[in-house]
Design a protein around this ligand. Structure first.
Ligand code: DC
Length: 232
């Protein structure tokens, strides 16, 4: 029940952490196992960056970007375990994963007006039977009442290696050292920004996934969710 005794509020499992920690993969698998909805909040910032690049809006123009963010024409489609993202009716599933979109996302995500413009859109993903929310400020800002808050992390070297493999599998060749450097720089930008900086809250459970395989990480998160009474 919510505070007013109205309809039950769907439970939220928040998974925050730095890029390359495996949040995307883990969040999707946990959502699948629970049969819950999934919010990939990073995709929203990537979409704003891509929309800006396509429309020629400067990546430091806060009012212009906030305006784009509030009118973002984005759809998340999911069928047969296959999910696609559309921007202005065009499939941009691969385009938002490019390093350019990722770098742009990190820039636009540092702008308070852009973050504000995306708050309600993110909260709208909360629907029964539950939501796994993947991002940086899911626990602290978007869903402060989440039933479980996980902060997923891994060493910079391991995160760079994982990202390198991901890109290589897609036929994209980038040097590991350049990726490491970018990752350190993006971490710095994400954790030093004044609004919603990336850091674990006091009520988050920290999971360092360095050296852990994916099924093991999923099991730990599901076990924590069960301990909190989020799963039946
Ligand atoms: O998780 P990701 O790599 O798709 O995120 C892209 C960028 O967006 C990253 O630099 C951090 C930022 N971001 C954010 O500030 N807040 C979120 N809730 C999700 C992502």
């Amino acid at each position: 029940m919510n505070d007013l005794g109205g309809a039950p509020v769907a439970p939220v499992l928040a998974i925050d952490g730095p890029g390359g920690a495996g949040k995307g993969t883990i969040s999707r698998l946990v959502a699948d196992r629970l049969g819950w909805h999934l919010l990939d909040s990073g995709a929203l910032y990537r979409l704003v960056a891509l929309d800006a690049i396509q429309r020629g809006v400067a990546l430091d123009s806060e009012p212009g970007l906030a305006d784009l963010a509030s009118r973002l024409e984005a759809r998340f489609l999911s069928a047969d375990g296959n999910s696609r993202v559309l921007l202005n009716g065009v499939d941009v599933t691969d385009a938002i994963r490019s390093e350019a979109a990722g770098d742009g996302a990190s820039r636009v995500a540092a702008l308070p007006a852009v973050r504000r413009a995306l708050i309600e859109r993110q909260r709208a993903f909360r629907r029964a039977p539950g939501l796994v929310a993947d991002g940086r400020d899911m626990a602290a800002v978007i869903f402060p009442d989440a039933g479980l808050k996980v902060f997923l992390t891994a060493s910079v070297e391991e995160r760079a290696r994982r990202r390198h493999k991901q890109l290589k599998d897609k036929g994209i060749d980038v040097s590991l050292s350049a990726l490491s450097r970018d990752m350190v720089e993006r971490d710095r930008r994400d954790s030093e920004r004044s609004i919603a900086p990336l850091k674990p809250g006091d009520d988050a459970r920290i999971l360092d996934t360095t050296g852990m395989d994916i099924p093991r990480v999923v099991d730990v998160v599901l076990q924590w969710a069960a301990e909190r009474g989020l799963t039946t």
